[in-house]
Write a protein that binds this ligand. Sequence first.
Ligand code: NAP
Length: 292
Amino acid sequence: MTDGPLILDGREVSRETRGGLARQAAEFTSRYGRKPGLAVIIVGDDTASQIYVRQKAKACSDVGFHSRVDTLPVDTSQESLLARIAALNAGDSFDGILVQLPLPPHISEEAVIEAISPAKDVDGFHPVNVGNLLLDKPGFVPCTPLGIMTMLSFYDIDPSGMEAVVIGRSHIVGKPVAVLLLRKNATVTICHSRTAALAEHTRRADLVVAAVGKRGLLTAEMVKPGAVVVDVGMNRLEGKKVVGDVDFEGLLSVAGAITPVPGGVGPMTITMLLSNTLLAARLAQGESAQAP
Ligand code: NAP
């Protein structure tokens, strides 16, 4: 291949998508006399989590949403966190509620996720929304998988009929993206740490999603020429550089399309959080929802 692969530019897709969301937020605000709102709770002082939370709040204000960040001390009890969530569920100031993960070990993530009203669960982690996803019913879809599908659609990559291999089976990336690809009529294989002969699966794939968190997991000889490669991995090297799971340089001579890290899937995740928050706001106003 002489021209190299199509680079799936998450920053560009995000810019376009956020432009559309800002216009829709302005329409929403003039129609209902209020802005869509997101409440974010962070427990403790984990540096990476604080950066993510600040990015989310800034993204909200950039598109004309209002947001609030509650920073709670690391020794906050589960009971008091759940009480805060209950108050946000009952109030009408915020359409979406997001509790930044991970939480300190004395707090059950499961209990917290299940405490958020499914109608305000803009992360799409509540069992009701997970069930809706499996049943192809309207609901909130986790942001990273939704971002991947939005990016594929932006570049007119239609998974229908493709052999798709998803590496990773987490609740927040691997499983939901596999379901969304299945919904788009791909034939989906999910690989994980116990998969024997990973390369045998990836080599016959037209589309590979790598969502593991291991640098260098997917190399050029594991990929079919012309395949679409989506790299979800975020692996922080010493210093601050972040790399994906995919040998990007090596794949430039093999892949048909590929996401870079950074600048691929990452920016789409927050964009989809905004999209889910606007959806929650519309539902709160009684508008009908579409399955994304
Ligand atoms: P996770 O919960 O740790 O799941 C990792 C998955 O990879 C597991 O299913 C695991 O299998 C599988 N795995 C581990 N080693 C493997 C191997 N050698 N071969 C095949 N599969 C293997 O991680 P996650 O939350 O899904 O995140 C995955 C990566 O995406 C991380 O780097 C994370 O930072 C990144 N991420 C990025 C974004 C973004 O916005 N760009 C968002 C979320 C996550 P088992 O189930 O068998 O253990």
